[in-house]
Design a protein around this ligand. Structure first.
Ligand code: PLP
Length: 443
C-alpha cells in the first residue's frame, strides 16, 4: 500500500457518497484539499487557500496544531479505546473537569457525544427525561425555530427549521413547534452587531405556550446566533426574554452552541457573551479543533442532580454512544483547551471584533450585496438572489473565491465567514480584499 501521505489525488471518486454535496456536479469539477497549516489549506494543485471558515466552523486554533497531533498519537498507542459504559478511563473525566471550568457558572456536568447532531439529540432527550424525572412527564413538546440548524438526526431536523432538510424524511418527531426566525432585512440591513431591541419575536413563545399549555412543553432550543442558515442575529434582549418565558413556565432552554461555542463570539460560550444562561448547552466542532469527532452537552447542576436523585443508584439516563468520551477524542480535546488557554483564543474574537466588523461592512455597496451582519469573528453577507436561480449567485462567488485562494461558505445566497480565531489583521484584509474583488467582478 502507498504511504497515506502520498495519496494526494483520489484515483476514483465514485464510491464516496459525499454529504450535503451535489455529488455529480462536484465530481465533474472537484476541489481537493491536500494539507493545512495555520490559516491556510493547500490544494491538490499546489495553491494556498486562506481559510475563511475554520474548516466547517471548527478549527478555531488554526490547522496542523502539533500539540493536538502529538496528544492524539500518544493516546492511540497508550489506550486506543476503552468503553465508558460501566467503566472508565482518565481522560474524559479530566476533560469534563476542564470543560466545566470554561462553561458558565453552575454547569457542572458533561455528557459526551461524537458530533453536533448527537449533542442536539442528547440534549432533547435529557430535557424530556428530566421533565419526567421531576414528575412532569406530560411535558413532551419541543420548540425550535424557523431557520434553525440543529444537525441531521431526527430530533435535530424536527426542531430545526430548514425545509430542505426536513421534506424528504417523513413526518419527523411529533409535537414540535417553531418560533419565527429573527432575520428582518427590511428593518435591520447592515446593522453592526446585534439589531436594536425587539422583544416581539421572543414573545411569540408565549403564544405557543398559551396554545399548548406549559404542562405539555419540555424545552425550547435555539442557536444564540443562527450560523448555518446565514448568520442570523438575535435582536438585543431577545435571548433574555426567551430565558424569562422559559423560567416562568418550567420549560428548559437549550442553547445549541455547536458554532458559537469555544470563542467564536469573544467568550467561551455565547451564554456568557450575552449573559443569558440556558439549562443545557450543546457543543462539538471547536471542542477538538475539528481534529477528532467529539461533541458534548453541558448540563446545569440542578438537572443532573434531579436525574441522579430519580435514578436511585440505577442507570439514570438510558442513553450513550460507544464512543462517548473516546480516549483519543478526549486527548484531542485536552490539547485543544490547552491551546485555547495558553493563546487566550476564547477571547481573541472580542479583540478583533471591531476590525472584523469594519472589514465586513466594507463590502456594503459591492455588487448585489443586500446585507452584512457580524458579531465576534463571524459574518454573513447576503446577496440578492437571481430571480430564477436562488443560490446560484453565491455559489459562483464561492467557486471564484476558491480559485483565487480563499475558502468561504455559502448557504443559499448568503456568504458565511468564520475564520480560525488565530487570524491576523493582515489576513482579515486579504480575505475581504479577495472577496470584494470577486463580488465586484460578478455580472
Ligand atoms: N448544531 C449547529 C448549530 C450546527 O451548526 C451544526 C453543524 O454545523 C450541528 C448542530 C450539527 O453538527 P454535526 O455536523 O457535527 O452533526
Amino acid at each position: 500500500m502507498k504511504p497515506i501521505s502520498d495519496i494526494n489525488t483520489p484515483s476514483d471518486m465514485s464510491a464516496f457518497w459525499m454529504p450535503f454535496t451535489a455529488n455529480q456536479q462536484f465530481k465533474a469539477a472537484p476541489r481537493i484539499l491536500k494539507s493545512a497549516e495555520g490559516m491556510y489549506y493547500h490544494s491538490e494543485d499546489g495553491r494556498k487557500i486562506l481559510d475563511g471558515t475554520a474548516g466547517l466552523w471548527c478549527c478555531n486554533a488554526g490547522h496542523g496544531r502539533r500539540e493536538i497531533a502529538e496528544a492524539v498519537s500518544q493516546q492511540i498507542s497508550h489506550l486506543d479505546f476503552a468503553p465508558t459504559f460501566q467503566m472508565g478511563h482518565p481522560l474524559p473525566f479530566e476533560l469534563a473537569n476542564q470543560l466545566v471550568e470554561i462553561a458558565p457558572k453552575g454547569f457542572g456536568h458533561v455528557f459526551y457525544t461524537n458530533s453536533g447532531s448527537e449533542s442536539v439529540d442528547t440534549a432533547l432527550k435529557i430535557a424530556l427525561a428530566w421533565q419526567r424525572a421531576r414528575g412532569q412527564g406530560t411535558r413532551t413538546r419541543l420548540i425550535g425555530r424557523e431557520r434553525g440548524y440543529h444537525g441531521v438526526g431526527f430530533g435535530g431536523i424536527s426542531v430545526g427549521g430548514i425545509p430542505g432538510n426536513r421534506k424528504w424524511f417523513g413526518s419527523l418527531l411529533g409535537g414540535v413547534d417553531h418560533l419565527p426566525h429573527t432575520l428582518n432585512i427590511g428593518k435591520n440591513a447592515f446593522t453592526k452587531g446585534l439589531p436594536e431591541e425587539d422583544l416581539s419575536l421572543a414573545d411569540e413563545l408565549e403564544k405557543i405556550v398559551f396554545l399548548h399549555d406549559a404542562s405539555n412543553i419540555a424545552a425550547v432550543i435555539v442557536e444564540p446566533i443562527a450560523g448555518s442558515t446565514g448568520v442570523i442575529m438575535p435582536p438585543k434582549g431577545y435571548l433574555k426574554r426567551l430565558r424569562e418565558i422559559c423560567t416562568k413556565h418550567g420549560i428548559l432552554l437549550i442553547f445549541d452552541e455547536v458554532i458559537t461555542g469555544f470563542g467564536r463570539l469573544g467568550s467561551a460560550f455565547a451564554a456568557q457573551e450575552f449573559d443569558v444562561i440556558p439549562d443545557l448547552i450543546t457543543c462539538a466542532k471547536g471542542l477538538t479543533n475539528g481534529a477528532i469527532p467529539m461533541g458534548a452537552v453541558l448540563v446545569r447542576n440542578g438537572i443532573y442532580d434531579d436525574m441522579m436523585a430519580a435514578g436511585k443508584g440505577a442507570i439514570e439516563l438510558f442513553h450513550g454512544y460507544t464512543y462517548s468520551g473516546h480516549p483519543v477524542a478526549a486527548a484531542a480535546g485536552l490539547a485543544t483547551l490547552e491551546i485555547y488557554r495558553s493563546e487566550n483564543l476564547l477571547h481573541r474574537a472580542a479583540d478583533l471584533a471591531g476590525y472584523w466588523e469594519e472589514a465586513a461592512h466594507s463590502l456594503r455597496g459591492c455588487k448585489h450585496v443586500k446585507d452584512v451582519r457580524n458579531y465576534g469573528l463571524v459574518a454573513g453577507i447576503e446577496l440578492e438572489s437571481m430571480p430564477d436561480a436562488p443560490g446560484k449567485r453565491a455559489y459562483e462567488v464561492f467557486v471564484r473565491c476558491f480559485e483565487k485562494g480563499a475558502l468561504i461558505r455559502v448557504t443559499g445566497d448568503i456568504i458565511a465567514l468564520s475564520p480560525p480565531l488565530i487570524i491576523e489583521r493582515s489576513e482579515i484584509d486579504d480575505l475581504f480584499t479577495l472577496l470584494q474583488d470577486v463580488l465586484q467582478a460578478q455580472d
